[in-house]
Design a protein around this ligand. Structure first.
Ligand SMILES: *Cc1c(COP(=O)(O)O)cnc(C)c1O
Length: 320
């Protein structure tokens, strides 16, 4: 028995997947109950009157090149949020299984588990050690009912990298989630990629909606995701990092600030004497920052995403 068939939900392993209409672009489609004409205003290349190709070949090849991983190890998802949900649904039996999360961390892991009826086991990051992963405690928490361990790096909202390689070398039970939403600037297109061994991909393909990725997203990503785009991503990441350090430095000098945390991401945490006041001041200046005070160990913290230089300047003025 493979690792996947021994750990995934037995009913999903046994599931006969839904058979979508065959994808044969050379033939006229009288098999999918689509309208044969385009709708006026539809300026897509292939026509939105047609269902898109499930797990589009050309898109998967482009993502395989981007992430330097073979096509059979990739699943394209509606953002990595959907990948979190698919993993949880495919591996956790409601009322029986559990997931491990390391708070304070990205909220969707616990949300997906609760929706699926899986128990959430929290193994806190070590706040006194810069929110480092407590790898031994994670391993101790992995009882036989634990099917997934979610590790987030750089961790959201704390911004630090996890030294996760201590815990998980490349392994048959590892799934990596990537997204075009952040550095690639395509959050609205909703495209994530799950990278894992082919038997995990095959399992998740039984669960994912057949037409998860819209034709508009497929066409946009194929048009955009080339070498000029990648050069621009590198430039913009550089700009964001420079702005992040400028903003962190300026906020650190304010008497209102207790501490600005280091960050490896396009956001950072700031601990403030009066976070409620700072939230209000930001809003009055037309700016939203994230209230993370409800998360463990962050009762005095706000999360700031690095904006344009002009927006960052406005935040500094609002917090002066
Ligand atoms: C932003 C973010 C996501 C969501 O990504 P999408 O691909 O837009 O769904 C997932 N995980 C983490 C850690 C994030 O910061």
């Amino acid at each position: 028995m493979s690792w996947v068939t021994s750990r995934a939900r037995p009913d999903i392993v046994a599931l006969e997947p839904y058979r979508h209409a065959a994808w044969e672009p050379g033939l006229a489609r009288l098999h999918a109950n689509e309208l044969p004409w385009r709708t006026p205003g539809d300026d897509s290349q292939d026509g939105l009157n047609r269902y898109p190709e499930p797990q589009p070949r050309a898109l998967i090849e482009r993502l395989a090149a981007l992430y330097r991983s073979p096509t059979e190890t990739l699943l394209a998802t509606r953002g990595s949020d959907e990948a979190i949900d698919l993993l949880t649904r495919a591996f956790c039996r409601a009322g029986e299984d559990a997931v491990v999360v390391c708070p304070p961390t990205f909220g969707m892991y616990a949300a997906a588990a609760r929706i699926q009826g899986a128990r959430v086991v929290g193994v806190p990051l070590l706040s006194e050690r810069g929110f480092a992963l407590d790898a031994h405690a994670v391993l101790r928490a992995c009882g036989s009912d634990v099917k997934l361990v979610f590790l987030c790096s750089p961790n959201n909202p704390t911004g630090n990298l996890l030294a996760a390689e201590a815990l998980i070398p490349r392994a048959p039970n590892l799934a990596i989630l990537r997204t075009l939403s952040k550095a690639h600037g395509l959050a609205g297109a909703r495209l994530g990629t799950l990278i894992a061994e082919p038997d995990i991909i095959a399992l998740l393909r039984k669960v994912i909606a057949p037409y998860a990725i819209t034709q508009q997203t497929v066409e946009l990503v194929l048009r955009v995701l080339g070498s000029p785009h990648l050069a621009q991503v590198r430039r913009r990441v550089g700009e964001i990092l420079a702005e992040r350090e400028r903003l962190r430095g300026a906020i650190a000098r304010s008497p209102q600030t207790i501490r600005v945390l280091p960050s490896e991401a396009n956001f950072f945490l700031v601990r403030l004497r009066d976070p409620a006041l700072a939230l209000g001041r930001a809003r009055e200046a037309g700016l939203l920052v994230r209230d993370v005070r409800g998360l463990p160990g962050l009762a005095d913290a706000l999360r700031v995403t690095v904006g344009t230089p002009e927006q960052n300047e406005r935040l500094l003025e609002a917090w002066e």
